[in-house]
Structure formats: C-alpha cells, structure tokens
Design a protein around this ligand. Structure first.
Ligand SMILES: C[S@@+](CC[C@H](N)C(=O)[O-])C[C@H]1O[C@@H](n2cnc3c(N)ncnc32)[C@H](O)[C@@H]1O
Length: 237
C-alpha cells in the first residue's frame, strides 16, 4: 500500500499557509479535508500515522483499557463509543484489546464509508452524527447502551468543541471508563471556552472523575515540529 504513496509530499509554512498534502503535481489537499483524504484507501494512515507519526489512537486506546482495568471491568462486557471514529483506527485497537463491542460515531459520512471499506467488522454500528446535536445521536445509540467512551484527536481546533465533549459524556451511565486526547493548547484552564475549563466544570459538577492526565507527543507537523496533546483518563460519575 505504501508504494502507492511514494509521490505524496507534505507541505507546510512558509511554503504554504497551513498543513497540506501534495498528492501529485496538480492535486493538493489540506490535512483536515477529511472527505477527500478518507476517499483514498490507506491515505489517512500513510500520512497521519506513518509520515506524521501520530500516536493518539494508540495512547487513547491504551488509556481506555487502563481505565476499564482500574474500574475492575471486563473489557469483553463493554460496549464503547468511539467519538470522531474516522477510518476506524481506535475502534480496531480497542477491539484488539478485548473490548466486546464498539460503536463508531463521526460527523462525516465519508468516515463511515472508509471504516466499512477498510476495517469491516470492527464496529457493531457506525453512526453518522454530530455531538453538537445529541438528540438524534441519543436515539441512534439507545439500542447499544454504551458503557464507555474513547476518542483520539477528535476534540478541539477544527474538530469537536467542549459542548460536544459534554454531550458525549452525557450519553454514558455513571462509573463508565473514558479516555480522550486533546491538544494541550486547548487544555489551558484560564480559557473559559477551552477544554481545560470544560473538564474542570465536569469535575466540579460531579460528572467526571479524572484518573490520569498525561502529556504526550501526538504527532509532528508537516514541517517536523512536535505537537503535544494531553490524554485524559477518567470515570463518569
Ligand atoms: C483527526 S480525525 C481522528 C480520527 C480517528 N479518531 C483517528 O484517531 O484516527 C477527527 C475526526 O473527528 C470527526 N469529528 C470532528 N468533529 C466532530 C463532531 N462534532 N462529532 C462527530 N465527529 C466529529 C471528524 O469528522 C474526523 O473524522
């Protein structure tokens, strides 16, 4: 698969005004143009996992399994929500770790199509929906009664906002294991609109207990600078 992508080039400042992927001399796509990237089998994994060395899926999946173990839960008994599931990397990792059932949710139908195409059988179901509009999602997820949540790289920036995190956690019962990764820039508690403040609010409201908060290198940029994220591992209350 990798040979197919030998011509792919990564572009970044000052050459371009953001992070781009040159697929050929004539076709350039922004790193966050997921609909176009997911349409090409293996392209997301080649660029984000292999070239940009993204480790959020592995870190989030391992964090989730640790949370389940700390809470004395048997992973095989759990149905877990994968928030912003993309092509299914996280779902595959937690299934490999013994989780019984995973339900993927992503705002893009291209993500669902890519996951069913490239990782068939990983998800019990894959729902296209936005956590900013939880009513439709609540209905679609009701038959699965999710008892845990895992999410890698789906919160912050151009992705899901703090209210989406709060809505996602509200779909879980108390004592459910959770693990999610967020860019450390958005974890600054002094920003009232950031994730740091949202996590503090959830803790103060007795909705979340934080078991672990760890800094790790999420990936490098297209020009090679490290990007650091935090892993938050916890339990709903
Ligand atoms: C960087 S990708 C990560 C995909 C996957 N978790 C992984 O680690 O490979 C972020 C994904 O989150 C999805 N997303 C962003 N905002 C969302 C929202 N409000 N609700 C559901 N999905 C969302 C995007 O469509 C995208 O597929």
């Amino acid at each position: 698969m990798t040979d197919v992508f030998t011509g792919v080039r990564l572009l970044g400042p000052p050459e371009t005004d953001g992070e781009y992927i040159a697929l050929s001399e004539h076709e350039t796509v922004h790193l966050h143009e997921y609909t176009r990237i997911y349409a090409v089998p293996g392209l997301y994994e080649h660029v984000v996992q292999d070239r940009l060395r993204c480790r959020s899926p592995q870190v989030a999946a391992a964090g989730f399994l640790r949370a389940a173990s700390l809470l004395g839960l048997e992973p095989g008994s759990l149905t877990v929500l994968d928030v912003g599931a993309g092509t299914g990397l996280v779902g595959e990792l937690v299934r490999d770790g013994g989780v019984g059932q995973v339900v993927g949710v992503d705002a893009l139908s291209a993500a669902r199509e890519a996951s069913l195409r490239d990782r068939p059988g990983v998800y019990a179901d894959y729902v296209v929906g936005d956590f900013l509009r939880p009513d439709t999602l609540r209905e679609a997820l009701h038959p699965y009664s999710p008892g845990g949540l895992v999410s890698a790289g789906a919160f912050g920036g151009t992705h899901a906002t703090p209210p989406a995190l709060e809505n996602a956690l509200a779909l879980l019962p108390p004592d459910a294991p959770v693990a999610f990764t967020i860019d450390e820039r958005w974890m600054d508690e002094s920003d009232p609109d950031g994730f740091g403040a949202a996590v503090e609010r959830l803790v103060a409201a007795g909705r979340l207990a934080v078991l672990e908060r760890t800094r790790f290198q999420h990936r490098v940029t297209t020009t090679g600078e490290p990007i650091f994220y935090q892993l938050v591992v916890g339990r709903t209350e």
